[in-house]
Design a binder for this molecule. Structure first.
Ligand code: ADP
Ligand code: MG
Length: 369
């Protein structure tokens, strides 16, 4: 079991990278605490597998250090690092029985026979492989084979960490949900550092206590699912987390007014100060569909924005309304009992939910702590 620290880590697959774009991983420093359940979340190609393979030792980083409990492990092989890694597609010893597949990592460390038997049975039970323990792995379905791969990653309790790289890709949807819960349970029992790579926000949120959102080779935000939802640090996080994602509107800042088209948006003092301090013209406001309100009360009417509702999609307990704010399309979530109709509508963005982004990064927030 280990705390994993990445120190000024960066990686390019090219021998002589010349620009930032040529790095699959941009320089990053990060700490994964001992015993944590973490997810690495991001779209395909953002560098998740690269990062995982550097931690496990399958890949040597172009720059920086990997530390386990304070000791540099850059020169150590995956085996020496004592890491269990589960990949996207099954890796099984086809000619061996399922039992032997699961026993393999334990035999490797010369665990006593009785302990091997007990542990294999325990993990087989958990992954629902008990019935097939005596079968040859080759004769099983892709689903079952992947369960074997996962189970093999879980039989040893003495590993530094367990890394999962999109392990549920070939698993059918129903079983996916079940396995996700199981992994969470296992984490609670074992207190082993676990890193779970996925491009699925739901998967990340069910498994992890904290999520690192990756985008273009960078960790753009690290936090609880709730903080990613409430305070996206980057426009990408706002867009990627939530369904549908956050609304963004490009704005201008002139003579103390935040504007788009001929409408004015009311900002907080901190947001105004941030705008006064930046030379950038890449300015956006962001608000989640859940936080857009109808301008009903007096306070809301005073700061209301004028929009045109062009489409309403009914989801039973709520609806999603598509609004045009000048030429900008935004989505508003309307709860059961609230009324909205096609045509003109006055809306309001509450101060605490209206975010400001300068050069795609969150700005003008009150610093807490
Ligand atoms: P993810 O796992 O998030 O989909 P990867 O870490 O696999 O992303 O890839 C990150 C970037 O590095 C991508 O642009 C990908 O094309 C590139 N890449 C990945 N593996 C290799 C490789 N072996 N050689 C060259 N480029 C690679
Ligand atoms: Mg990958």
């Amino acid at each position: 079991m280990a705390e994993i620290v990445l120190n000024n880590l960066a990686h390019s697959y090219l021998p002589n990278p010349e620009s930032e774009q040529e790095f699959a991983l941009r320089e990053l420093t990060h700490r994964w605490k001992q015993g944590g359940a973490y997810a690495l979340l991001g779209p395909s190609g953002c560098g998740k597998s690269t990062l995982l393979n550097i931690i496990s030792g399958l890949l040597q980083p172009s720059q920086g250090q990997v530390l386990f409990d304070g000791n540099e492990v850059n020169e150590l092989s995956p085996k020496e690092r004592n890491i269990a890694q589960v990949f996207q597609f099954p890796v099984v010893y086809g000619g061996m029985t399922v039992f032997d597949n699961l026993a393999f990592p334990l035999r490797n460390i010369k665990a006593p026979k009785a302990q091997i038997k007990q542990k294999v049975q325990e993990v087989a039970e958990l992954m629902e492989l008990t019935d097939v323990l005596k079968k040859k792995a080759n004769n099983l379905s892709a689903d079952q084979k992947q369960k074997i791969s996962m189970a093999r990653g879980l039989v040893r309790e003495d590993v530094s960490a367990i890394l999962f790289d999109e392990p549920l890709t070939v698993i059918d949807p129903h079983l996916k949900w079940k396995l996700r819960r199981k992994l969470k349970q296992i984490h609670e029992q074992l207190n082993i550092t676990m890193l779970y790579v996925t491009h699925d926000q739901l998967e990340a949120a069910t498994f992890a206590d904290e999520i690192a959102v990756m985008y273009q080779g960078k960790i753009v935000q690290f936090g609880t699912p709730q903080s990613l939802f409430e305070k996206p640090n980057h426009t990408f996080v706002g867009y990627f987390i939530g369904s549908p994602g956050m609304n963004f509107i490009p704005v201008s800042w002139e003579q103390g007014e935040c504007r788009f088209g001929n409408q004015t948006v009311t900002l907080t003092e901190q947001q105004e100060a941030a705008l006064n301090a930046t030379p950038s013209t890449n300015l956006k406001i962001g608000i989640r569909p859940e936080f857009v309100q109808l301008a009903t009360s007096q306070e809301r009417i005073e700061h209301s924005l004028q929009a045109e509702c062009i489409h309403i999609e009914d989801y039973g307990t709520y609806s999603l309304a598509t609004l045009m704010l000048d030429e900008h399309k935004i989505i508003m979530r309307v709860e059961e009992g609230e009324r909205i109709a096609i045509g003109h509508v006055s809306i309001h963005f509450p101060n605490e939910s209206l975010k400001l982004y300068i050069d795609e990064y969150l700005a003008g927030e009150v610093v807490s702590e």
